[in-house]
Write a protein that binds this ligand. Structure first.
Ligand SMILES: NC(=O)C1=CN([C@@H]2O[C@H](COP(=O)(O)OP(=O)(O)OC[C@H]3O[C@@H](n4cnc5c(N)ncnc54)[C@H](O)[C@@H]3O)[C@@H](O)[C@H]2O)C=CC1
Ligand SMILES: O=C(CO)COP(=O)(O)O
Length: 341
């Protein structure tokens, strides 16, 4: 029997650590699991995550657990914060370990690599019949960890679970809204990483502020078009999970996806840029999946496709820009965006 108020956070990188620290500071009994037992032991003794969040003093009440079964045993909510490429395999590991009444949440942004499946689809397939929610929105781990004001949103088909999870996180400096458009919330969080590479490339090439604003706006248009085709609600995409995170990631140098774009725009090779960043850069996998989904729905998303082509080395940033600027002149909205298709 799970204890509803107990939280197990899986993934001891920057975002998992920041969320676990936030919940623990809020008085939620919280365990943090990571795959690296040595790093966890070091965190337990120093109360710091030196590699991912240097400078943050972790709350005394936070418990570290390197055994996955022990970490999730009796937890009311299991919150997954591993990179998207590890998401499906952690669900498989969890399936035999969870109590019948444990709910699932995730703060991972991305899709299943190679299939374009949404993370909520993986959860429904591998851990069916449980309350499930995504936590997303404009939230750099470093700022949340430092107690700087932030706002996120928690979406679930189960309104009471969304509310329960939002109140576990909500704090004087951390607003947690709730909603019920899981697909829309996930799409915004995934796509903004790809679009952040585009503005990063433009800024790395020193193309100017007009280019940046143009890319953000036309990127938002791509998010809305794909979202509407997939059944997301436009207001979700215009909210924290879409526009909010798009603006943050396209303009804030704390973004690893933006920093990848900046490096590519300056001529650094992709492998070297990813190595220098030293943390997960979701766009490298997500760009393929955005283009896969767009193709499936007959949509042309030139910025996302351009980012995918640059990431694969199929075109240089200069060629990508030329292709974008050289597209045919046309109305800003050829079809009413919000009209039913
Ligand atoms: N850092 C941030 O500000 C935010 C990150 N996110 C999302 O959270 C997710 C995790 O990102 P970060 O924590 O930032 O990444 P990170 O690079 O800081 O840490 C990744 C963590 O995942 C672990 N990991 C990697 N492969 C694993 C596997 N197979 N099994 C278990 N653990 C594994 C690593 O050991 C590391 O602890 C990403 O989807 C990211 O987009 C969402 C919002 C904010
Ligand atoms: O998702 C994030 C902020 O909301 C973090 O963005 P990056 O993964 O680009 O660093």
């Amino acid at each position: 029997m799970a204890e509803a108020s107990t939280l197990a956070v899986l993934g001891a990188g920057s975002w998992g650590t920041a969320l676990a620290a936030l919940a623990a500071r809020n008085g939620t009994p919280t365990r943090l699991w990571g795959r690296d037992a040595r790093a966890l032991a070091e965190m337990a003794s120093s109360r710091r995550n030196q590699r991912y969040l240097p400078g943050l003093a972790l709350p005394e009440s936070l418990v570290y657990e390197s055994d996955l079964a022990a970490a999730v045993r009796g937890a009311g909510v299991v919150l997954i914060v591993v990179p998207s490429h590890a998401f499906a395999s952690i669900l498989d590991e969890l399936a035999p370990l969870l109590d019948a009444d444990t709910a699932i949440a995730w703060a991972t942004k991305g899709f299943e690599p190679g299939t374009g499946r949404f993370l909520h689809e993986l959860v429904a397939e591998k851990l069916p019949g449980r309350p499930a929610a995504v936590i997303t929105g404009p939230s750099f781990a470093k700022e949340v960890a430092a107690g700087m004001p932030s706002a996120v949103t928690v979406h679930s088909e189960d309104a009471s679970f969304a509310q329960h999870l939002a109140s576990m996180l909500h704090a004087p400096d951390f607003r947690a809204y709730s909603g019920n458009d899981v697909l829309g919330a996930e799409l915004g969080g995934a796509m903004k990483n790809v679009l952040a590479v585009a503005t990063g490339v433009a800024d790395g090439m020193e193309l100017g502020l007009n280019a940046r604003a143009g890319l953000i706006t036309r990127g938002m248009n791509e998010m809305l078009r794909l979202g509407v085709a997939l059944g997301a609600r436009p207001e979700t995409l215009m909210g924290l999970s879409g526009l909010g995170d798009l603006v943050l990631t396209c303009t804030g140098d704390l973004s690893r996806n933006r920093r990848l774009g900046l490096a590519l725009g300056k001529g650094v090779a992709i492998d070297e840029a990813v190595r220098q960043i030293g943390q997960v850069v979701e766009s490298v996998l997500t760009a393929d999946e955005v283009v896969r989904l767009a193709t499936k729905h007959g949509l042309d998303l030139p910025i996302s496709a351009g980012v995918r082509a640059v990431l694969h080395g199929e075109v240089t940033p200069v060629e990508g820009l030329k292709a974008l600027m050289g597209r045919e002149q046309k109305p800003e909205y050829p079809k009413g965006l919000f009209e039913p298709r």
